[in-house]
Design a binder for this molecule. Structure first.
Ligand code: NAD
Ligand code: UDX
Length: 461
């Protein structure tokens, strides 16, 4: 029996649910989409008439929301109503690393997923296709199936896995032009119903269908491979700094080999974001749970290398500033984990700043999209010192020139384009001498800065 999808509900109006459903709503005006979340503030922000106040910053997102909101795209906190009415339910809730109990610090915390499944089981009175949009450990669908199929009612549930590959900062482009859409499942008609939705704007040969487990595991694997490339080039960056090789030249040279490819070879202060670390830790945990020690150790190294890169960047600042940063003002330009997003989850900036605060540095942060309070919350979450001390040592500026004024050093931690256009001569004039720049993104021009009198360090040079 073919399924007709008229109404979609998506549970979780976050960085994935929000942009993904906005694009589906834009591309499929005949389908009514309701995004629900238990976070009332977030839903209120999605409904804010002022599009600058949407809870997520993504280039192109506000135009799409403006087009579809109120037409066939709705945001609500009434989770039960949306579930009840929907033909297809996407689960797009967070799956963070567990911070308690068995698997603490490694396994994915599936409590939000399970809550969704139970809520769907409780509320549904008609057949539903349930789509895993969150990134999940392989075989999670088996648990969902067990919860949904043991309700005692006559409702049928079909479970699909449809992991999301969008990257933040380019989410809208990634959704409009995906390299591939992956759909795993068992029921052919249910798979076809989801294929038909994407086929509205995605080439059919880019829509891949697999079994459930391949789909679930492909998502963790894709993130592990991507992060591995960053850790690989970052490991070489350290060798470059010792040998006189230049990591950008090395990356270009190896990237021109079509077997290697040129993308994701940008050495940095370390990868951040809500996905890479969490998903690799989860992969490592899964491998260990099957007693595959070598597999687990292999992937764990990607994380260890990333931690090392953040640590050595901060250590280099301290060492270069004559082995003490106590009481010295250090400007941090960029707090988001990459440019064009306001997301700071696992941002390298947090760890570099924390390390400097441990040395009693006086840090001043500027980021074009991250609110001041978020910076403090991120630092306080690490629990490295009393909150009052963090707030005494750290401050956030709304103006980059203020952040850099009288600083001993500037650390560039996010590759925001606007940093390239600053009046660096003005910044130099107002800094202490010697004026150090530590470029964790290799964003700025060495020759220009040295000409102005800066002492310039970049990753991998
Ligand atoms: P997020 O934290 O931004 O959003 C998740 C939302 O789900 C939150 O707003 C939360 O309030 C809501 N929620 C949780 N449980 C709920 C419940 N029972 N009922 C209603 N609402 C509930 O997370 P995100 O970044 O959108 O990630 C979601 C999933 O997508 C994760 O599994 C993540 O790994 C995966 N993913 C994320 C990205 C990314 O770039 N952020 C990319 C691909 C995949
Ligand atoms: C990642 C995956 O790319 C995406 O497919 C998945 O759906 C979610 O996780 P995201 O974390 O949003 O996306 O951004 P991404 O562009 O992958 O960058 C992750 C981190 O790696 C950032 O901190 C970025 O600055 C860093 N990075 C990326 C590098 O340091 N060098 C690179 O060459 C690429």
């Amino acid at each position: 029996m073919a399924f007709t999808i008229k109404k979609i509900c998506c549970i979780g109006a976050g960085y994935v649910g929000g942009p993904t459903m906005s694009v589906i709503a834009q591309q499929c005006p005949d389908i009514q989409i309701t995004l629900v979340d238990m976070n009332t503030e977030r839903i209120a922000a999605w409904n804010n008439p002022d599009l600058d106040q949407l809870p997520i910053y993504e280039p192109g997102l506000s135009d799409i929301v403006a087009e579809a909101r109120g037409r066939n795209l709705f945001f609500s906190t009434d989770v039960e109503k949306a579930i009840e009415e929907a033909d297809m339910i996407f689960i797009s809730v967070n799956t963070p690393t567990k911070n308690y109990g068995k698997g603490k610090g490694m396994a994915a915390d599936l409590k939000y997923i399970e809550l969704c499944a139970r809520q769907i089981a409780d509320v549904a009175t008609s057949d539903k296709i349930v789509v895993e949009k969150s990134t999940l450990p392989v075989r999670t669908a088996a648990a969902l199936k067990s919860i949904l199929h043991n309700t005692g009612s006559s409702v049928n549930f079909h479970i699909l896995s449809n992991p999301e590959f969008l990257a933040e900062g380019t989410a809208i482009q990634d959704l409009l032009n995906p390299d591939r859409v992956l759909i795993g499942g068992e029921n052919k008609e249910a798979i076809q119903a989801l294929v038909d939705i994407y086929a509205g704007w995605v080439d059919k040969d880019r829509i891949l269908t697999t079994n459930l487990w391949s789909s679930e595991l492909s998502k963790l694997t894709a993130n592990a491979f991507l992060a591995q490339r960053v850790s690989s080039i970052n490991s070489i960056s350290e060798l470059c700094e010792k040998t006189g090789a230049d990591v950008q030249e090395v990356a270009k040279a190896i990237g021109m080999d079509t077997r290697i490819g040129s993308k994701f070879l940008k050495a940095s202060v370390g990868f951040g974001g809500s996905c890479f670390q969490k998903d690799i830790l989860n992969l490592v945990y899964i491998a260990r749970s099957y007693n595959l020690q070598e597999v687990a150790d292999y992937w764990e190294q990607v994380i260890l290398m990333n931690n090392h890169q953040k640590q050595r960047f901060a250590d280099n600042i301290i060492q270069t500033l004559f082995n003490t940063v106590n009481g010295k003002k250090i400007a941090i330009l960029g707090w988001a984990f990459k440019k064009d997003t306001n997301d700071t989850r696992e941002s390298a900036a947090i760890y570099v700043a924390d390390h400097l605060l441990n040395e009693q540095a006086d840090i001043h942060v500027y980021d074009p999209k991250v609110p001041a309070e978020k910076v403090f919350v991120d630092l306080e979450y690490l629990n490295s010192r009393p909150d009052a001390e963090t707030r005494r040592l750290a401050s956030v500026s709304e103006d980059p020139y203020e952040a850099c004024k009288d600083a001993h050093a500037i650390a560039i931690l996010t590759e925001w384009d606007e940093f390239k256009t600053y009046d660096w001569a003005r910044i130099k004039r107002n800094m202490k001498s010697p004026s150090f720049i530590f470029d964790g993104r290799k964003l700025l021009d060495r020759a220009q800065l040295e000409e102005l009198g800066f002492v310039y360090y970049a990753i991998g040079e």
